[in-house]
Design a protein around this ligand. Structure first.
Ligand SMILES: NC(=O)C1=CN([C@@H]2O[C@H](COP(=O)(O)OP(=O)(O)OC[C@H]3O[C@@H](n4cnc5c(N)ncnc54)[C@H](OP(=O)(O)O)[C@@H]3O)[C@@H](O)[C@H]2O)[C@@H](O)CC1
Ligand SMILES: [K+]
Length: 524
């Protein structure tokens, strides 16, 4: 997995390297500036030829210092470079580079920007990891003007006003500025992958500053609950292969998933989850449906087994009789008291249990169900369900007041708090899916940047995800959070493999293609 850093963690890595004498701040700043210029030329090769017009917006801190380095490097190539400074450079390294920039600067104002020639490139180096609060109104207006006037915007570390700890824009209610490319240093930051991050940052490039040993030392010495990891399909390929490998053995040695279905006319969601669990490798899957829905289910399932289950007592008997290893409850279940009774019975089995959809709403409504959650449960809410379960946490995620004074409250903070209060793993869905465990371990699976899967916004896709998680969990005593992460990966890859026109039924059916590709097996 790729490590995502908070702003404070990045500062700690930089300080540790500097204090140990292995590098100077000035050397890092020069490398950062060179890295930005290199990344721009790599992505926009037409800019590497000839001379162009550039505006560089500089803040008072080291983000601004990077801007002065970039201005110098572009001017040395013959570019016409205009620097606009929010305030004089304050830090020693930024001051040094501001002094080396001999051509002077104009104040960062709308009047100043519009008086200068329209640029081919604007570099936003006002604030990066040092943003402590929302930018003032005048600055937001000037930033918007600069962003609107330029053919191309490259942000250094982040579009200014954007919180790298949460992915939230701190610059007030009216949207946020959006760069074409953002160049960050050493490691992506948490905010690049959350909330408005991808929309604000455009394309994301990470420049290596040579601090990997310091980065590794920091993460090794930090409490695991402080570290956030991003599932990286390339780096994690071996682990994913191990997860989806089916070893020798009979069907029950690959686990038996039991999916509870709702009543007549509502069984589609559970059937989707059941088929997904089977496709992902569970040895056997049983659909447990009420009497009223038996015919409906019988007409629609083949490899999935079918059993009648009208009550908590029936569920208890089914679990007692079979070799059930994992339960899925919630998709299409219903919200009546008898459904709450089924959730109660499911939790009382103590089995590994994926709770989704209606089960989440029932837990929100019935405190005794919440109290019965145990460490082998996974809750898989979307944001609406999350808000039903944890209205206070959801409120903090949307609270404009808190975001303006930020390091803003993030989706990771919210999911960690939810997992701690539930005492089990929580997967909070979205293009920025966050998976957190009660001990604070957190990872992100992002269908973002060059890895989007917009087709996943389709009815029933969440039910399939529940089945993918359960199918993985059923096969062993695998770590629940990893099962959730691997399922989130498969879910996105399946959607991407199918592409436009995807409906939820297609997701389990395309799984063999995705897994063949993962295992490097030709499909012919
Ligand atoms: N870490 C690394 O390895 C490397 C880091 N590098 C670079 O350093 C950057 C971090 O630099 P940094 O720490 O100096 O913070 P930065 O983002 O320039 O902002 C701080 C200044 O902004 C001010 N300020 C903040 N919010 C404000 C607001 N709303 N409105 C007005 N002012 C506000 C704040 O003022 P204060 O809060 O103190 O009043 C302070 O003066 C990082 O993003 C990267 O580009 C690379 O050079 C090399 C390797
Ligand atoms: K910036």
């Amino acid at each position: 997995m790729t490590e995502l850093l908070t702003s404070a963690q990045m500062r700690a890595v930089e300080m540790a390297a500097i204090e140990a004498g292995s590098v100077t701040g000035l050397a890092l700043m020069e490398k950062a500036g060179q890295g930005v210029v290199g990344a721009v030329f790599k992505r926009y090769p037409h800019l590497a030829e000839g001379d162009h017009v550039c505006q560089v917006l500089c803040g008072p801190g080291n983000n601004g210092g990077d801007g002065y380095v970039i201005a110098r490097l572009l001017a040395a190539r013959g570019w016409a470079v205009h620097v606009f400074a929010l305030a004089p450079a304050k830090t020693p390294d930024a001051k040094h580079n501001a002094e080396r920039w001999a051509q002077g600067s104009a104040p960062l104002t709308v009047a100043g920007l519009t008086a200068a020639p329209a640029p081919d490139l604007t570099v936003d180096a006002v604030f990066g990891t040092g943003l402590t609060r929302g930018p003032g109104e005048d600055l937001v207006t000037a930033l918007r003007c600069a962003y609107d006037r330029s053919a191309l915007i490259v942000a250094v570390d982040a579009p200014s006003g954007f919180c790298l700890d949460s992915g939230r824009w701190l610059g007030g209610a009216d949207g946020c500025v959006a760069a074409d490319m953002t160049v960050t240093f050493e490691s992506p930051k948490v905010g690049h992958y959350l909330a408005q991050g991808p929309e604000a940052c455009g394309q994301l490039e990470t420049v290596d500053l040579g601090l990997s040993a310091w980065r590794a030392a920091r993460s090794a010495s930090a409490a695991a609950s402080e570290n956030v990891r991003l599932l990286d399909p390339d780096r994690d390929a071996a682990r994913l292969r191990a997860h989806f490998t089916k070893g020798q053995g009979h069907k029950y040695s690959h686990g038996h998933v039991l999916v509870l279905a709702g009543g007549m006319g509502r069984t589609g969601a559970a059937r989707l989850a059941a088929r997904a669990a089977l496709r992902v490798g569970a040895g056997a899957v049983t659909l447990a449906a009420p009497g009223s829905a038996m015919m409906e289910c019988a007409n629609q399932v083949t490899a999935v087994m079918l059993r009648r289950c009208d009550s908590g007592a029936d569920l208890e008997a089914l679990v007692g009789a079979g070799k059930i290893s994992t339960l899925v409850i919630g998709p299409g279940l219903g919200l009546e008291d008898r459904h709450a009774g089924l959730v109660r019975a499911a939790l009382a089995t103590g089995l590994r249990c994926v709770l989704d959809a209606d089960a989440l709403t029932l837990i929100a409504r019935h405190p005794e169900l919440r109290a019965a959650l145990h460490a082998d449960c996974i809750l898989t809410p979307h944001m609406g369900e999350f808000a039903r379960l944890w209205p206070d946490l959801a409120q903090r995620l949307t609270d404009g007041g808190e975001a303006l004074t930020g390091p803003a409250f993030s989706k990771i903070d919210a999911t960690r708090a939810a997992a701690a209060s539930a005492g089990c793993t929580v997967l909070l869905k979205g293009p920025d899916t966050v998976i957190a465990e009660p001990n604070g371990h957190a990872n992100v699976h992002a269908a973002l940047y060059d890895h989007t899967a917009p087709w996943l916004a389709t009815a029933g896709a969440g039910d399939v995800l529940a089945g993918f998680i359960a199918g993985g969990m059923a096969q062993s005593t695998r770590d629940a959070a990893w099962c959730a992460a691997a399922a989130a990966w498969l879910h996105v890859e399946a959607a991407r493999a199918f592409g436009p026109g995807l409906i939820a039924e297609d997701l389990p059916e395309i799984v063999p293609n995705v897994l063949r590709k993962l295992f490097g097996v030709s499909s012919s």
